[in-house]
Design a protein around this ligand. Structure first.
Ligand code: LMR
Length: 396
């Protein structure tokens, strides 16, 4: 059985962390994975999380099984965050939300559910997209296609290409869209462009699947989540995966959710009954701790306020690092223009570095980035930025 098994390649993102962890150079820098580090180079444990954990700890509550769809208080709080408590979908009970094992788990639940009920549909993801999108939908059995997205010449979005592609997809096609902070490019659509996308998706009967893993890292919680609400208002089937890995710095707790908006409460109930079967046959029910922490923070006004402040702090620090990155490169590599880095949103910059340059950074300086040139700006800090800039200037 085992002799015929070939070695699989390392994961394009998490495989970088494996290489980084094995590197003995004390000056190593991991700009690969999408993780926020503070200015001391540490993954923060948010104050709001500490306070919520203190409240939970005092309860010494038993660790019983959660319901298949997760903690009710969590699902409710997440649904209100995602769609808005006063939105029509929430008020009319047309939305369902199930706790998931991180954003990836939410995508997988959505993919397995869709494969069951739309087996002949094809999936469309942006070119480029998060590496795992293709792998995940393919492993659920779908054919995965790309729609044009990034325009390397303008460092922005090839919007006419994207719109043309949407206009030619067969009805029922599943379109994966990044709600904010596009991963890997950092290039987002404008409000006006979203209006056009929503129009086409609705008119052609496409199935939008919004992936929102970085809410709060672009322009703020409200602003980043706006497109989800706009899609929900447009009516039609809607899938939303969201994650608290980054926004709560709860990476290892695997806290995310899948929300689906339907056209009636009765339809939503049927959807939930089937989604529960998908969950039950995958992992039965989700773990308890991370969901309790997020539910406690979101539903306790002082903690929620604190969370919003802490998230804003992370967002501002990333912006500062973008500005410093551009200013320092202007000095060290004046022939190259990196101004676009300050326009990009979220944790990432599609830096334009080639695979060869990325390899040189790794081999010469123990600086790790994704082969595509994606760098995690959220891993830069006052201590490592000069070394990173010198190394990039040397490979340019
Ligand atoms: C990333 O893109 O680096 C993050 O979403 C982490 C991951 O799971 O790939």
């Amino acid at each position: 059985l085992f002799s015929a098994i070939t070695m699989a390649p390392r994961d394009p993102i998490l495989g970088i962390t494996e290489g980084f962890n094995a590197d003995k150079n004390p000056a190593k820098v991991n700009l690969g994975v999408g993780v926020y580090y503070d200015d001391n180079g540490k993954v923060p444990l948010l104050e709001c999380v500490k306070k919520a954990e203190a409240i939970l700890m005092e309860k010494f509550a038993p660790r019983t099984y959660l319901p298949i769809e997760g903690l009710a208080a969590y699902d409710k709080a997440v649904q209100e965050l995602v769609f808005g408590a006063d939105s029509a979908v929430v008020q009319e009970k047309r939305a369902i939300t199930a706790q998931a094992i991180g954003g990836t788990g939410a995508l997988k639940l959505g993919a397995d559910f869709l494969k069951r009920f739309a087996p002949d549909a094809q999936v469309w993801i942006s070119d480029p997209s998060w590496e795992n999108h293709r792998a995940l939908f393919e492993s659920a059995g779908f054919t995965v296609n790309n729609y044009p997205y990034y325009d390397a010449a303008t460092r922005g979005v090839n919007f006419s290409g994207m719109l043309n592609a949407l206009n030619t997809m067969p009805a029922g096609s599943i379109v994966l869209l990044h709600a904010c902070c596009h991963n890997p490019t950092g290039a987002d659509l404008s409000d006006d462009q979203w209006t056009q996308v929503i129009e086409v998706v609705t008119a052609r009967g496409l199935v939008p699947f919004l992936d929102m893993a970085y809410q709060g890292f672009g322009d703020g919680i409200e602003a980043d989540g706006k497109v989800v609400r706009r899609f929900a208002e447009a009516g039609g089937a809607l899938f939303v995966s969201n994650s608290f890995s980054k926004s709560f710095s709860l990476y290892g707790e695997r806290v995310g959710a899948l929300s689906i908006a339907a056209s009636s409460a009765e339809e939503a109930a049927r959807i939930m009954s089937q989604l529960k079967r998908v969950i039950r046959t995958n992992y039965s029910n989700p773990p308890i701790h991370g969901g309790q922490v997020v539910a406690t923070v979101l539903s306790t006004p002082e903690l929620r306020q604190l969370w919003e402040e802490e998230l804003a702090g992370m967002r501002v620090r990333i912006r500062e690092m973008r500005a410093a990155f551009v200013a320092k490169l202007k000095e060290k590599a004046p022939a190259h223009n990196f101004d676009f880095v300050t326009q990009q949103r979220g944790m990432f910059s599609y830096s334009g570095l080639t695979k060869e340059q990325v390899e040189k950074l790794r081999d010469n300086n123990s600086i790790y980035a994704v082969d595509t040139g994606r760098i995690c700006v959220a891993a830069l800090n006052q201590r490592n930025i000069d070394a990173v800039i010198d190394a990039i200037a040397a490979v340019l």
